[in-house]
Write a new protein. Structure first.
Length: 245
């Protein structure tokens, strides 16, 4: 069912990491966010050790809040600590990635169904503009495509109106980013992906919640297959080993 009111967004309250010796929780959160950005962008690669002295100097903080930020990222599986080895960016093997795709597919089905039930004309228009941008970006601007694609999927979960569902999807997607990098798909695969987006929007406009959920779930599973077809382009992770380097 499509209504004409503007979308309402829900902001969830997330507990900040435990404070370290009176350090403001906002400082720990700022350090956590900056470190997470370095990890997700690939500047600090999977398997690479987090050098506390260098990072503390870079962020202009003491090692206390930095360690709290690292512990917070451990909870999201982006960082792993091993005895006598210190903290490193987590490595995910192929089996783990396939499991994450399965989880995302199930989440996508729920989000697609909920969005189709609650969609407004304004929300559909926003997604259509992003879809049009992605169509124009094929063969021309890969970075534009990937940015618009991330936003397209983000908004589906936002418009679905389920905060828990959105939070879980974001956590799963961040883990996947440790394995998958931008630019791994060819132009033909991007066109197929766009066609799947178009089919999803068509189902939403028709108010067919079950079909919208099914299409979005299959879209994620098809994305898993596209990832496997381009597996040779991905760099292997520096596996973590116990003991010093």
């Amino acid at each position: 069912m499509i209504v004409d009111n503007h979308a309402r967004t829900t902001t969830s309250k997330v507990k900040s990491p435990r404070r370290h010796r009176g350090e403001p929780s906002s400082l720990v959160e700022k350090v956590r966010s900056r470190l997470q950005d370095l990890i997700l962008s690939g500047e600090i690669a999977p398997g690479e050790r987090l050098k506390e002295l260098e990072l503390a100097a870079r962020f202009r903080v003491s090692r206390g809040p930095l360690r709290e930020a690292i512990r917070a990222l451990e909870l999201t599986r982006l960082v792993t600590t091993l005895p006598n080895c210190g903290a490193r960016v987590s490595c995910i093997d192929l089996q783990g990635v396939l499991e994450l795709y399965d989880v995302r597919a199930g989440l996508a089905r729920s989000a697609g169904r909920l969005f189709a039930v609650r969609a407004t004309t304004v929300q559909i228009s926003v997604l259509q503009k992003l879809h049009d941008r992605m169509c124009r970006a094929v063969n021309a601007a890969a970075a534009t495509f990937y940015t618009a694609n991330l936003r397209f999927h983000d908004l589906i979960f936002e418009f679905a109106g389920n905060t828990r569902l959105r939070e879980i999807d974001q956590a799963v997607r961040k883990e996947l980013q440790l394995f998958i990098r931008h630019g791994s798909l060819g132009d033909a695969q991007l066109r197929v992906s766009n066609a799947e987006h178009a089919a999803f929007l068509k189902a939403v406009r028709a108010g067919d919640a079950q079909e919208a959920g099914r299409i979005l779930e299959q879209h994620v599973l098809n994305g898993r297959q596209r990832m496997l077809e381009n597996l040779h382009q991905m760099k292997p992770c520096r596996r973590m080993k116990e003991g010093n380097e």
